[in-house]
Write a protein that binds this ligand. Structure first.
Ligand code: ZN
Length: 259
């Protein structure tokens, strides 16, 4: 169990059966951790973790090397959900409420703590629901709303780009374009994957402190992709891509400011 976490033991769903390493986010659709734990008990729907910003509570229910039970799974389709290398976090609150920056900063710290015992890459998905194979193969952060065999929409439309930027997602393509611009406010970055080659995507970046991320889909690879712009100082920025092996930056068009 993680240091500094309360322990309220739950039931697991057995061993992991393989797939990309995923952090699956939920919202409890309630206002307290204790209320959520009562629901897990009643429904046998335990996640690995429950975290509550308002109550400043972080609770662990299961070790991160066994599967939890917060997802539905269609046993007859041959694909797993809970057991597909998912560590699941229930966040106290409602999917309809957008998280504040203060909440997201706190969640980012909790996700880093979890990532210390269960590594997952710093990328994420949009709102589409994956099919069974896409889900098993996916690695990174996703929501209940992305999971096949499930119809829930939690955790809602949250700013995961901001969260992974707070988790330290940084450009990972060393040969990425370096550009100089005064009064930088935003950019459109065109990227392409090297592995299937058929996807181009314009990703819109907005300014948010020293480092900020955009998000996009690349062709048919269905991989979440984060583009980060890092301020190197002296009006120089580096653009990089995290989340899709082989993805690279084609061009950077600055929206505001002078290049
Ligand atoms: Zn859920």
């Amino acid at each position: 169990m993680l240091a500094g976490y309360e322990v309220v033991k739950g039931n697991d769903a057995g061993s992991f059966t393989g797939g990309g390493r995923k952090l699956v986010l939920h919202t409890t659709e309630g206002s307290s951790a204790n209320g959520a734990i009562g629901a897990y008990r009643a429904n046998n729907s335990w996640p690995h973790f429950t975290i509550s910003y308002k109550e400043q509570r972080k609770i662990q229910h299961l070790e991160t090397n066994v599967a939890s039970r917060a997802l539905q799974n269609n046993m007859s389709d041959g694909f797993q959900t809970n057991r597909a290398n998912c560590v699941q976090v229930e966040i106290v609150g409602f999917a309809k409420n957008a998280w504040t920056k203060e909440e997201m900063d706190w969640y980012a710290q909790r996700f880093l703590e979890i990532r210390g015992s269960f590594y997952f890459p710093l990328n994420f998905l949009g709102s589409e629901r994956l099919n069974d194979k896409q889900f098993v193969d996916y690695s990174g952060i996703c929501g209940h709303k992305n999971v096949p065999d499930n119809n829930h929409s939690d955790p809602g439309n949250q700013d995961l780009a901001y969260i992974i930027s707070r988790m330290g997602a940084v450009p990972t393509v060393p040969e990425s374009e370096v550009f100089k611009v005064k009064n930088f406010e935003g950019a459109i970055v065109k990227v392409q994957t090297g592995n299937n080659g058929n996807g181009y995507k314009d990703i819109r970046l907005s300014k948010d402190g020293l480092m900020f991320c955009g998000f996009g889909w690349i062709g048919s690879s269905s991989k979440g992709l984060a583009v980060a712009v890092q301020n190197l100082g002296d009006s120089t920025y580096r653009v990089g891509v995290e989340g899709a092996p082989g993805a690279y930056v084609i061009s950077v068009n600055v929206l505001f400011g002078e290049r």
